[in-house]
Design a protein around this ligand. Structure first.
Ligand code: NAP
Length: 261
């Protein structure tokens, strides 16, 4: 077991990719504090799954976009055990064409995704430094950290910002033995894109064609990368990104034409 007796904090660990990462960490013996914002039932269900895997687990409510919430959560989580790993995964998306983006939609996504990553990253970074912990920090971004999706402008900007946040943190925290990396996730069917998948019935098949590996990602795909970046196997990796997106970025949209013609 690669993470036996470690403790990880996973933001947005109640559902979707965060839940999958919690399970992946737990399978390697890692105890987990999982964070959620509103869905207590889902958080408790995930805690139960983790405990059944034989690790200790607890859930703490906090909005990562609110600094006081994040400080309270970390104080609570570290009161009874040492944290070794942070997975900053909490994220939201809202779809608007660029000319229709409202200030509210901008704030909603930037506050959760980018400000939330800064809040959790800085408070945990300070905790690691003050306690001489060679911590591992992993942010879940998206392939949109590199290329935008139409109608997901704010989301893409926020993910690009997290990529640079991780590089800044990696540079300045390296001397404390802290590694900071991102996972650029590809498309995974979760609650975050359920509406989109329902609105565009052809989307699932279309992506299966466009993606060079011809399938959507799974939460387990993301968990494998998170376990690697949380473990000592990645000690010489920092300021970096693992792309777990089936090759979608190397395709440039060409394969769909080839397949269709
Ligand atoms: N699914 C994809 O295709 C995809 C692709 C690339 C990247 N990603 C990224 O992967 C991450 C997880 O996405 P997902 O697909 O698993 O989404 P999801 O199923 O909608 O889950 C979102 C999680 O984030 C939590 N959350 C939302 N806002 C929060 C806040 N302000 N403070 C704390 N927690 C908050 C939710 O908590 P509650 O349960 O309490 O609501 C939930 O646990 C996101 O950063 C997303 O951008 C997803």
């Amino acid at each position: 077991m690669r993470l036996k007796d470690k403790w990880a904090l996973v933001t947005g660990g109640s559902r979707g990719i965060g839940k999958g990462i919690c399970i992946g960490l737990a399978k390697e013996g890692c105890n987990v504090v999982l964070n959620y914002v509103g869905n207590r039932a889902a958080a408790e269900e995930t805690v139960g799954i983790l405990q059944d895997l034989g690790v200790a687990a607890e859930a703490i409510q906090a909005n990562v976009g609110i600094r006081a919430d994040v400080e309270r959560m970390i104080a609570e989580a570290t009161a009874s055990h040492q944290l070794d790993i942070l997975v900053g995964n909490a994220g939201v998306v809202d779809m608007q064409p660029f000319l229709e983006i409202t200030p509210e939609a901008w704030s909603y996504q930037m506050d959760t995704n980018l400000l939330g990553s800064f809040n959790i990253g800085q408070v945990m970074g300070r905790y690691f430094v003050d306690n001489n912990i060679s911590g591992k920090i992993v942010f879940v971004t998206s392939f949109n950290q590199e290329v935008p999706n139409a109608t997901q402008g704010v989301y893409s900007i926020s993910k690009s910002g997290i990529k640079m946040l991780a590089k800044v943190m990696a540079l300045e925290l390296a001397e404390y033995g802290i590694n900071v990396n991102t996972i650029a996730a590809g498309a995974v069917i979760t609650d975050i894109n359920k509406k989109q998948v329902e609105m565009f019935p052809g989307l699932v098949d279309r992506l299966n064609k466009i993606i060079p590996l011809h399938r959507w990602g799974t939460v387990e795909d993301m968990a494998h990368a998170a376990v690697y970046l949380a473990s000592s196997e990645s000690d010489y990796v920092t300021g970096s990104t693992i792309f777990v997106e089936g090759g979608i970025m190397i395709n440039n949209g060409m394969m769909i034409n080839v397949v269709e013609e």
